[in-house]
Design a protein around this ligand. Structure first.
Ligand code: FE2
Length: 246
């Protein structure tokens, strides 16, 4: 089966539609979503409606919880608090209810897991090797897809006797084979708010029969999203960071 894996769409309709157009030729059969459907971006209802209709599996992200009112957002920075408050008011009741009821990761698909943050804690970030090591040790499956950091790539773990050598993927190949004696935490990157120095929308395709992951990037109409963010009265920094990709 070929899966389209999306994470951190963050209510960015232009990024989502560019990804779907780019991915169409890659012949996927199912869509998986790793959370943070909403928050930050100006189109929460449109994006929520698309994900509800088209994604086969969706897990919740911290912004989905905050924007649907199932958790507080006082631990967020000011821009995130402001966007959460705006999104709560903007969301249709039906979408808010759907977001509140999303599953918490890990969720098993075939023989791999989906999490938002980390296998041991849905809200924990894994930016560095030491943060990934705990995740690799607690992961139930050889392969776990995660989001939350908005950084495309992830980590590979190799067991040497009893020690686990964890390395971060730096130069991402277009295609990467999943090798039997290694463990993987892989991040498709953020569709709607990349933070890895590359402003293009990120996603991945996983072919579970071939055991190959394809990391993909695509340009989208950032200017239109920035205009919508500013017109909605959302913080300017949420518009500017889309162009810098960090
Ligand atoms: Fe996010």
């Amino acid at each position: 089966m070929r899966f389209l894996i999306l994470s951190d769409i963050h209510a960015n309709w232009e990024a989502l539609t560019a990804v779907l157009e780019d991915a169409a030729s890659r012949h996927y059969q199912a869509v998986l979503c790793l959370g943070d459907v909403v928050g930050y971006g100006p189109n929460p209802n449109e994006v929520a409606a698309w994900v509800r209709t088209h994604a086969d599996v969706v897990i919740r992200g911290n912004h989905d919880k905050a924007c649907s009112g199932s958790t507080a957002f006082d631990s967020f920075n000011m821009a995130a608090q402001c966007s959460s408050r705006w999104t709560r008011e903007e969301l249709l009741d039906d979408h808010r209810q759907w977001l509140r009821n999303l599953d918490r990761g890990p969720v098993l698909v075939e023989n791999f897991d989906l999490v938002h943050g980390a296998p041991d804690d849905e809200d924990r970030y894994m930016f560095h090797e030491h943060e990934a090591e705990a995740g690799l040790r607690s992961a139930s499956e050889q392969l776990t897809f995660f989001g939350h950091t908005h950084v495309q790539g992830g980590f590979v773990g190799e067991l040497y006797r009893r020690s686990l050598e964890v390395s971060r993927l730096h130069a991402l190949p277009d295609q990467m084979a999943i090798v039997v004696d290694r463990r993987y935490l892989l991040n498709p990157g953020a569709v709607g708010q990349p933070r890895d120095g590359n402003s293009r929308a990120a996603y991945c395709i996983y072919d579970s029969a071939m055991r190959i992951v394809e990391f993909c990037r695509v340009e989208y109409d950032i200017r239109t999203v920035q205009d919508k963010i500013l017109a909605a009265g959302l913080p300017e920094e949420l518009a500017f960071r889309l162009a810098s990709g960090d």
